[in-house]
Ligand binder design. Structure first.
Ligand SMILES: CC(C)(COP(=O)(O)OP(=O)(O)OC[C@H]1O[C@@H](n2cnc3c(N)ncnc32)[C@H](O)[C@@H]1OP(=O)(O)O)[C@@H](O)C(=O)NCCC(=O)NCCS
Length: 234
């Protein structure tokens, strides 16, 4: 069985666009509710990506839980975050993200966490002001124009990873916290309204991702320093 420990967060990545014959195996791993969800996608490509993402997540988590991939039963928080809480199995915290045909899964045996990747696309309008805090907008607008897009996605994925780690989903106001995302400073949470200890307790890590993607992991480590350990799921 896979083990992790206090010093690392495992990060697995795999591609979602596979030849049609390679869909049968992940499809066979899904639960009835996941099959029903797959059936509700309008576009075949989105359905296939969902199947390969969920099947991949099951295959990876099975290695930590000592269960077969089919027998894992996901529960969901009221905001939709999946977790596993079966008695008799190892404790595992995990979070999945997918963008375009890339999926990544972060796994820890002790820290609550969130992960986000985004394929970087040219922005059609200035949407930072709708999503970022005032200080994040100031940092972004001070970047040289050629760094703007990278900076936007670094901030976006760090915020999204924090939202996903925190678990409150869309009910967490996006201007209630500031992420440090300029290149001069280490990634970190700078402020979280009403939680003065939060910057010391949450670790923010930049993900190594393919060209044209940005990504981040945020974990509630209580101040313990962690590193990302990259694993290849393909
Ligand atoms: C799920 C959510 C948290 C993120 O969605 P997303 O970035 O589109 O998608 P990602 O690929 O990163 O993550 C999706 C996966 O996260 C997991 N997830 C679902 N709800 C979650 C939640 N509330 N918290 C954490 N993880 C969640 C699921 O495994 C999901 O994949 P699946 O449905 O295929 O199993 C969603 O609530 C959302 O849309 N948030 C947007 C918040 C926002 O405005 N962010 C702007 C940042 S500046």
């Amino acid at each position: 069985m896979e083990t992790i420990g206090p010093d690392v967060v495992d990060v697995w990545s795999w591609r979602l666009d596979v030849p049609p014959p390679d869909l049968d195996m992940p499809r066979a791993l899904l639960s009835p509710d996941e099959c029903a969800r797959a059936g509700r996608f309008v576009h075949a490509r989105d359905m296939h990506r969902f199947i390969v993402a969920r099947g991949g997540m099951r295959l990876i988590l099975a290695r930590y839980l000592g269960l077969s991939p089919q027998s894992i039963r996901f529960s969901y928080t009221e905001n939709g975050k999946p977790y596993v809480s079966e008695s008799g199995t190892a404790l595992v915290h995990f979070n999945l993200t997918h963008s375009a045909d890339l999926a990544m899964l972060a796994v820890s045996d002790r820290y609550e966490l969130g992960i986000d990747i985004e394929e970087m696309r040219v922005l059609k309008e200035d949407i930072a002001k709708w999503f970022f805090s005032r200080s994040e907008c100031e940092t972004l607008n001070a970047l040289p124009p050629e760094d703007y897009l990278d900076g936007f996605y670094r901030c976006w994925t760090r915020k999204e990873a924090f939202v996903k780690a925190h678990g409150a989903g869309l009910s967490l106001p996006l201007d209630s916290f500031d992420m440090i995302f300029d290149r001069l400073n280490e990634p970190r949470l700078h402020r979280f309204e009403g939680h003065p200890d939060a910057p010391a307790n949450w670790a923010v890590l930049e993900l190594a991702v393919p060209v044209n993607f940005a990504g981040a992991v945020v974990a509630s480590t209580g101040g313990h320093r962690v590193q990302l350990r990259y694993r290849d799921a393909s």
